[in-house]
Design a protein. Structure first.
Length: 472
């Protein structure tokens, strides 16, 4: 099956040198993949913007923007001036009353150091103060650790746990701007008309994926009908919980947009389903149509009504309150895992504390979804399902998941999630008891879950696959 999937995708291997090598990674025989995958980190770098745009210049540009100039480019999907105006007004609303004196470019995107109390969620949600974060003690589960070694038999490859998305050796961007925000400010990826107009409406810009794709997986429920479908290989547990933890192995699988592949991700979901589906989500995602490039990015997402009228990525609709300036939602990473070599991961934990869904990354509380965004629904009380794994969206073919290698390839060749535990309504923590779901097993699979006490991995599993055609 592995040979069939890789070889079947060779027919669509064409394009630039950068894209070609990435495409070969998923479309050649396994032997060739072992070689070209080593180039993954180098080739994922994105081109820098031609110029640096100060925040005030950007904001004035949005005020003066006309629909014609943004509807004309071939990549634009906006069909009429009314839709464009909705997008323009949303951006102006997000930045109303915001004063920025420091901006920089990271991974081809502009980031603005927004004063913490001026960030969109504070104003749009009518918040008067920043909530108190949970105690740091909640970030550990008895017996869990961030041990660097996967096991005694894997000493040649160590896990490097990321505690920041910034390269410690890169203090400035190519324009001489510091890439670190000052105290009492948070880094906010700039919401631009260029990004938004790659979608044909504001609602689709906010959506997890096109045509209803990309929603939390549900047992026994088929993929949403439409021209694109979402595919999964994941683990789950039905249990009342206040959140939980995972360390996610970081990769950047190529997404071949020329063949209508949409995105590939690995993430955790905390889901309430009584009344309507509500979620708090976090992970990494390669979504070129949203971010404009091929690097995997850190993302968060939420919905309060089954992905219908609510939900958005990162800070783009003013629902998440960020309090830490060391993490960059929508930003890439300085390193990605290498096929057969160095492995990178980052820990992510949600915890419903004092009525808010707090998120910790790399052992630090980063911010929270205020309980009010769930409108009195299930997630104002607790989640009912925990889910961990990979997801892709496409329309035959589908992109690679994880590393692009099968979950059964295991250590350093497949993506993993480890240290999987949840927080009970009593605030006690328990190792997960996970069930595997791999509905498209001809393209993606899960190996595990496994248990290891000696390695410090606790409950863990591997997931992924080459994708390709006929992932039904």
């Amino acid at each position: 099956m592995e040979q069939k999937n890789f070889s079947s995708r060779l027919a669509v291997n064409a394009g630039s040198l950068q894209g070609g090598v990435h495409k070969m990674k998923y479309r050649l025989t396994l032997g060739a993949v072992l070689v070209v995958a080593l180039l993954n980190g180098m080739l994922n770098a994105q081109a820098a913007p031609a110029s640096f745009v100060p925040f005030n210049t950007f904001k004035e540009g949005v005020k003066a923007a006309g629909s014609g100039e943004f509807m004309a480019p071939p990549e634009s999907k906006v069909k009429d001036a009314k839709t464009f105006e909705e997008m323009r007004q949303h951006i102006l609303t997000m930045y109303q009353g915001v004063s920025v004196t420091h901006s920089f470019v990271l991974d081809s995107d502009h980031f603005d150091c927004v004063p913490t109390r001026q960030q969109p969620a504070m104003r749009t949600l009518g918040l008067k103060s920043i909530a108190t974060p949970p105690p740091l003690s909640v970030l550990k589960h008895a017996g869990a650790s961030d041990s660097a070694a996967a096991s005694s038999s894997q000493e040649a490859g160590k896990v490097k746990s990321i505690t920041s998305q910034l390269d410690p050796e890169k203090q400035f961007d190519e324009f001489g701007n510091s890439v670190r925000c000052e105290a009492d400010t948070i880094p906010m990826r700039r919401i631009t008309l260029e990004d938004m107009t790659r979608f044909d409406s504001l609602k689709k810009f906010f959506a997890k994926g096109p045509d209803g794709a990309g929603q939390a997986p549900k047992q026994g429920v088929p993929s949403t009908p439409g021209p694109v479908l979402h595919k999964y290989a994941y683990t789950y547990q039905y249990v009342n919980n206040l959140g939980g933890n995972a360390s996610l192995n970081l990769w950047s699988p190529y997404v071949y947009t020329g063949s209508n592949e949409i995105f590939s991700l690995n993430q955790e979901w905390y889901v309430g389903y009584t009344g309507t589906t509500q979620t708090a989500e976090v992970g990494w995602q390669n979504y070129p149509g949203y971010y404009g490039g091929q690097n995997s990015r850190l993302f968060i997402y939420y919905t309060a009504d089954n992905y219908n009228q609510t939900g958005c990525y990162n800070l783009s609709c003013g629902k998440f309150v960020q309090v830490n300036n060391n993490w960059y939602f929508g930003g890439g990473f300085p390193n990605y895992s290498v096929w057969g070599g160095a492995q990178y991961d980052f820990s992510a934990e949600y915890y419903l504390y004092a009525g808010n869904w707090w998120l910790a990354l790399g052992g630090t509380w980063v911010g929270y979804y205020p309980g009010s965004v769930y409108n009195g629904g299930q997630l104002t009380h607790n989640a009912q399902i925990i889910e961990f794994g990979g997801e892709t969206v496409g329309s035959n073919p589908w992109p690679g998941m994880g590393s692009g290698g099968w979950g059964s390839y295991g250590w350093s060749y497949a993506a993993y999630q480890r240290n999987l535990w949840y927080i009970a309504p009593t605030a006690s923590t328990y190792w997960d008891t996970l069930t595997v779901s791999q509905p498209s097993s001809n393209c993606y699979n899960v190996a595990g879950p496994y248990w290891s006490s000696s390695s410090g991995w606790g409950i863990y599993f591997y997931d992924g696959g080459p994708g390709g055609y006929n992932c039904y």
